[in-house]
Design a protein around this ligand. Structure first.
Ligand SMILES: [Zn+2]
Length: 140
């Protein structure tokens, strides 16, 4: 991803993100980039250095992002359901239980629960297999 500082024909400056420079050129040529302030499609690169920062998404990009987020959310909710059906919930004892299972101190089973960042780091260091997934509420 690359960000460009752009300017419309009315002088509005804004920042937009593109896959690469060629993508920007193609979108600029076909008038797909529009000013988020006035909607003008005559966009040129502003004479400023590219910097890393939060993108200022156009409404089209925002819509696309919202669609992607919705899809991801659905997948995560689905994943959560599967985990809940197939794994034992161990709550905040997750790290402890994961280690016990890893070292064969207890019967192997699939578990899920909560772990702090520190605990997760520790598990990684111990070589314990686990995955962190964003835990979304299933109701909305
Ligand atoms: Zn404008």
């Amino acid at each position: 991803m690359i960000s460009f500082n752009l300017r419309c024909a009315n002088g509005h400056g804004f920042e937009a993100w593109f896959k690469d420079g060629a993508t920007f050129d193609a979108q600029q040529a076909s008038g797909e980039i529009s000013c988020p302030i006035c909607g003008d499609c005559e966009i040129v690169k502003a004479p400023m250095a590219t910097r890393i920062g939060r993108p200022t998404p156009s409404s089209a990009a925002e819509e696309k992002m919202a669609a992607v987020m919705t899809k991801m959310r659905d997948q995560l909710v689905e994943m959560r359901k599967k985990v809940e059906e197939n794994c034992d919930y161990v709550g905040p004892r997750f790290a402890e239980e994961a280690k016990r299972i890893h070292f064969g101190e207890t019967e192997h089973r699939d578990i899920y629960g909560e772990a702090t960042d520190e605990e997760a780091e520790e598990l990684e260091e111990e070589g314990v297999e686990f995955a962190r997934i964003p835990w979304l509420p299933t109701d909305n």
